[in-house]
Design a protein around this ligand. Structure first.
Ligand code: ZN
Ligand code: ZN
Length: 364
């Protein structure tokens, strides 16, 4: 049986709850990443039940043939209709006492329905059990992140070629998405953020019909998904010769980003790593213009644990994949953010992204 399932069983056995099994309820794609992580099988409907010595997987007619070919280690059951009821009936028939489900991964609606259908089997809520395992990536996952990041890097260098005045933010976002998919991405890891001029002061701006004009900032935050695994990259360029204020703010953000990267390593506190970025920005007098955390974990989800912000209690460990993305956002002027994705190594960190960032780039 695969190592991930073994690790889950071990964590389950060590936890205070005495659960006989662990359930992932993936209905209408509600918990697709966990199912994909644990079984390697991606579908919009699936119920995975991990027991001490068996794994049972339920899905419907759309996926059952694929599941037969790919899920050779699991026992398969077909769902004809009503997935929650079908899963509950199966669990009721197993004569077990309790099954664990993660409160982060199930909606209240499905949770209530499942609890109502269970007959004498207790539903135990756990908090982030699989998320804990997913934080540390294995060699295969690192390779997939590498591929995803390479596609992101190529998309950025493509952007430097095609970007020109007259295009809209929406044109740029669409071209980036098209390029990434054409170059091997199964999808984007999130819809690209493309913001020009003063709009770049909104950290998560949606691309609009704003036209790119010389004399403006252009902030692009994008990522590719490769075999499930995400990349995440932000670069800010200037359409024209950058004026001194742009150069100055860019220099501060870059210094903050390098300081955050320098602070990364196994055993380091994620809160203190965030502090290494905010300290630089505060000292430069822009403390109020940096409202988000320095970074986040990346995996099958583009945002997952650990968190790198001022409230984080996480400690970094080798194998974790995180971003480093400080920014300064000045209302009415614009924003500058620089983001790289890295992995924590035994003695520091290694960068996935290699898109240039050392100075303000003028792509025109
Ligand atoms: Zn990003
Ligand atoms: Zn990010």
């Amino acid at each position: 049986m695969n190592k991930r399932i073994e690790r889950l069983r071990k964590l389950l056995a060590e936890s205070e709850e005495s659960a006989d099994g662990y359930l992932i309820l993936n209905i209408e794609a509600s918990d697709r990443p966990n199912q994909r992580y644990l079984t390697g099988f991606d579908s919009t409907l699936g119920c995975t039940l991990v027991l001490e010595d068996r794994v049972i997987f339920l899905t419907d007619s759309r996926y059952i043939e694929d599941a037969k070919e790919n899920l050779t280690e699991a026992e398969l059951e077909k769902i004809d209709s009503k997935p929650v009821e079908t899963a509950a009936t199966l669990i009721n028939d197993l004569e077990i006492d309790a099954v664990a489900i993660d409160q982060n991964d199930v909606s209240l609606k499905f949770y209530n329905k499942l609890r109502d259908c269970l007959n004498g089997v207790e539903l135990l809520e756990v908090d982030g059990l699989l998320g804990e395992i997913r934080r540390k990536k294995d060699g295969q996952e690192i390779e997939l992140h590498e591929k995803a990041a390479d596609i992101g890097d190529s998309a950025f260098s493509h952007l430097l070629d095609f970007v020109e005045p007259g295009l809209t933010e929406r044109d740029v976002a669409l071209e980036l998405e098209f390029f990434m998919r054409k170059n091997g991405a199964e999808s984007v890891s999130f819809p690209p953020i493309v913001a020009t001029g003063a709009k770049s002061a909104k950290p998560h701006a949606h691309p609009s019909d704003n036209v790119l004009e010389p004399g403006n900032l252009l902030l692009v935050d994008m990522g590719a998904r490769y075999n499930g695994y995400c990349s995440d990259l932000t670069r800010t360029v200037y359409l024209g010769e950058p004026p001194s204020k742009v150069k100055e703010i860019y220099r501060i953000v870059l210094e903050a980003q390098l300081s955050g990267l320098e602070a990364l390593g196994p055993g380091e506190s994620a809160r203190e790593v965030h502090g290494a970025t905010s300290e630089v920005i505060e000292e430069a007098g822009y403390g109020d213009s940096y409202g988000h955390g320095a970074g986040h974990g990346v995996g099958l989800d583009v945002h997952e644990g650990p968190k790198l912000d001022e409230t984080s209690e996480d400690t970094l460990e080798p194998g974790m994949v995180v971003t480093m993305e400080p920014g300064i956002y000045l209302s009415g002027w614009g924003g500058i953010r620089i983001e790289d994705m890295v992995r924590i190594t035994e003695d520091g960190y290694a960068r996935f992204s290699h898109a240039p960032k050392d100075r303000v780039i003028n792509p025109l």
